[in-house]
Design a protein around this ligand. Structure first.
Ligand SMILES: [Zn+2]
Length: 400
């Protein structure tokens, strides 16, 4: 598919085709992407799959710019959607889902019909039900496969069986009549439906409606932490991230298990006492690991990165109570025992090293990095140049 967009003789992007398919700022972003000399695996253009690296990032910039414009009071006259963009950007859902939500409303997700109507030679028929053209709305809402998922939403304020609603109308309706939680569910589940659809099309497998619904709700819960969801544990205040004492570095780590299929990932972020981001790392793990193993590997990776950076005074924080307790108790006989053992051997090599538990609220960036790692094929480490999207998250964290 991507190859259609590339002039095979000159190995340059076909701007004429890009202009027809994408919005102008997206074209700008795409044109800035270097094309490998030798043709590589396709699909780079798909957002939300494991190769969606640059699109996630570029869409982030695009979406951020839009929000900043609106918040800065520059919104153009007659932009009735400004309140929606603003709301979207502040939803308590992973960044990738926010970006997807925005693309969904803009109808720029690559559904078969969208691609077809923009000049790419594909069969517009829905690849799942083969009943109708795969429009944005069909893929996410009206396909039988999608409807089965939405039927799980018992207290939905939407009437999704009426066949005339566009995504944008549904979103605006939710903005007016629904709660923030309704919006988070709507876009979280939509994201998972789209993710699952791509799994079926590209990988030949997908989950049941129960699985899709359950995974989406779990994803939203995980992201929010337990505060507003767990009725049995109301008002549990989670601690926000705070910088380490002077002279110390804080290393936050997290592990992420595969959403539906695919691999696990870990994320690490290192910050100094002046809040500066020193390094960050995203590591995709081959194969499917238990949560326990993934979390232990995350801590191990934090320690390796800190050692490589030559840090002396360190505080390691993770949100897995199990891992922290295993380290404190020197528990080396569990599933992740061999990893814990390695951690215990390496901790004394620091002048000072503290290992502490932190709630999810204080570990958000490591969490995002771990989620991002799941989409990568290779590890990414940033030490001298920290990407803006990480810097931005760091700036937002712990400042209130
Ligand atoms: Zn269908």
């Amino acid at each position: 598919m991507v190859s259609t967009l590339i002039d095979q003789d000159t190995r340059r992007w076909r701007k004429d085709i890009l202009d027809r398919i994408f919005l102008s700022f997206e074209v700008e972003n795409i044109l800035s992407i270097p094309i490998p000399h030798y043709p590589q695996e396709d699909q780079l253009i798909w957002v939300g799959n494991k190769k969606g690296i640059f699109t996630v990032k570029s869409a982030y910039f695009v979406a951020r710019d839009i929000v900043e414009k609106h918040e800065g009071g520059e919104s153009s006259v007659g932009d009735i959607y400004a309140p929606l963009w603003k709301k979207l950007w502040h939803l308590n859902i992973p960044a990738k889902v926010r970006i997807f939500a925005w693309r969904l409303c803009m109808k720029v997700i690559p559904s078969m019909l969208n691609m077809c109507s923009r000049g790419i030679q594909v069969d517009p028929t829905c690849p799942i039900c083969h009943g109708e053209p795969e429009s944005t709305e069909h893929a996410i809402i009206y396909c039988e496969a999608a409807k089965r998922v939405w039927s799980k939403w018992n207290d939905s304020p939407l009437y999704l069986n009426e066949r005339n609603g566009e995504i944008m109308d549904l979103a605006l309706y939710l903005l007016e009549k629904g709660t923030q939680r309704d919006m988070e569910i709507f876009f979280g589940v939509a994201w998972m439906i789209w993710y699952n659809r791509n799994q079926i099309v590209h990988e030949g497998n997908g989950g049941s409606e129960d699985h899709i619904w359950g995974t989406a709700i779990q994803m939203i819960k995980d992201f929010k932490g337990t505060r507003s969801w767990d009725i049995n544990n109301p008002q549990k205040i989670e601690k926000a991230w705070i910088p380490p004492p002077v002279g110390f570095f804080k290393i936050n780590v997290d592990g992420a298990v595969p959403s539906v299929h695919g691999h696990s990932g870990v994320g690490v972020i290192v910050r100094g006492w002046e809040r500066r981001v020193v390094a960050a790392k995203c590591l995709p793990l081959s194969g499917r690991m238990t949560v326990e193993e993934t979390e232990a590997i995350a801590m191990e990776q934090g320690i390796i990165l800190a050692k490589n950076l030559g840090l002396e005074k360190t505080i390691f924080e993770g949100d897995s109570m199990q891992t922290i307790q295993a380290i404190e108790a020197k528990e080396v006989r569990s599933v992740a025992g061999h990893i814990v053992k390695g951690i215990l051997q390496n901790l004394p090599s620091f002048q000072e090293a503290r290992v502490r538990h932190i709630g999810r609220e204080g570990n958000k960036i490591a969490h995002e990095l771990a989620q991002f790692a799941k989409q990568l094929d290779e590890e990414q480490v940033w030490t001298s140049f920290i990407p803006d999207w990480i810097e931005d998250m760091a700036k937002a964290e712990g400042t209130g």
